[in-house]
Write a new protein. Structure first.
Length: 318
């Protein structure tokens, strides 16, 4: 990223602010567009001060008033963070205390049932029988996503040297928020990875720094490709929200389903959720406990549903 992508009087400050956030571990990629939006606004207004003023912030609020609530919230959230940053260097700069645009209520995530997980595994397994590498790879990716709860991009980013088959560990390097973490594997999951590893060897010799999951063209599997195949299977199996007050199922729903299943197991075995939640937060790679607490509402709603452990389903259907 170069500082000349910003054109206003605060161009260097914007550039340094983005670097500052990224050095803290935030990817801060989508936020760049929000900063550029404000940068263009300053240009349009012929703003020439090296600090933020209350007046220019108020004018910006007016300029985005017709946008969707979520868009306004996102625009102003980044500006708020920038104002805090700038205040550290310029005492006279105006500091935004709070976001005046509330974030719209978060739509509930879809939680897969035990039956739906079984159907997905069976469908992917049947497709696997075609014998091509892509089908076998997709099947293995689905199993790993379902029974570890890792993010899809974390899964696809794995290289061979990030899997310790002997100690049953996966090393996630530079995941979301640039966090590294270790993922312990159930023996059955690790065994399935070993099976996949043997098949993969038949197609391409393996260097330790090569991708673990490759397609028929011997290239790393792309997220868009897997999502397309996954969504196709959802349609074939007629798995949807069926009018319930939640999002339609997507690949990321596997992660939510894993987290909720884990919490439900803790509830049913008498464990204290308040004590266990930090463990789940660390395992999931969340940057804060707030991100983990969103699963608690789903647990409250599903607590009376007979919901067996995912690993039991795994042993029956893999």
């Amino acid at each position: 990223m170069k500082s000349n992508i910003y054109k206003s009087v605060l161009n260097d400050r914007f550039f340094n602010f983005i670097n500052f956030k990224q050095e803290q571990g935030y990817k801060y990629e989508g936020e760049i567009s929000e900063i550029r939006l404000f940068d263009n606004f300053l240009l349009k207004e012929n703003y020439n001060k090296q600090v933020l003023s209350r007046e220019i912030v108020n004018l910006y609020i007016i300029s985005i008033k017709d946008k969707a609530l979520k868009t306004r919230h996102n625009n102003f959230s980044v500006l708020k963070e920038f104002s805090i940053y700038l205040k550290m260097f310029e005492a006279k700069s105006y500091k935004i205390i709070k976001n005046i645009f509330r974030n719209p209520p978060r739509e509930k995530s879809y939680i897969f049932s035990e039956k739906e997980i079984s159907l997905l595994l069976k469908s992917f397994r049947c497709h696997k029988k075609n014998g091509d590498l892509s089908s076998i790879t997709n099947y293995t990716i689905l199993g790993l996503l379902t029974f570890t709860g890792i993010r899809i991009q974390e899964c696809l980013n794995f290289n061979i040297n990030q899997w310790d088959s002997e100690n049953r560990l996966l090393f996630i390097k530079n995941g979301k928020f640039r966090k590294d973490r270790l993922i312990p594997l159930d023996k059955s999951v690790n065994d399935k990875l070993k099976d996949f590893h043997k098949i993969r060897l038949k197609y391409k010799s393996i260097d330790k720094d090569e991708p673990l999951f490759i397609n028929s063209k011997m290239k790393r599997v792309k997220q868009a490709t897997f999502r397309k195949f996954f969504n196709k299977k959802l349609q074939e199996l007629k798995i949807s929200n069926n009018g319930f007050n939640c999002r339609n199922p997507i690949v990321h729903s596997l992660r939510h389903s894993f987290a909720v299943s884990t919490l439900l197991n803790w509830v049913k075995t008498g464990k204290d959720i308040n004590e266990m939640l930090p463990y789940l937060s660390t395992y999931m790679g969340h940057v804060s406990m707030e991100s983990t607490q969103i699963y608690l509402q789903s647990v409250k709603e599903l607590d009376e549903i007979e919901y067996k452990r995912f690993y039991q389903t795994f042993k029956k259907n893999i």
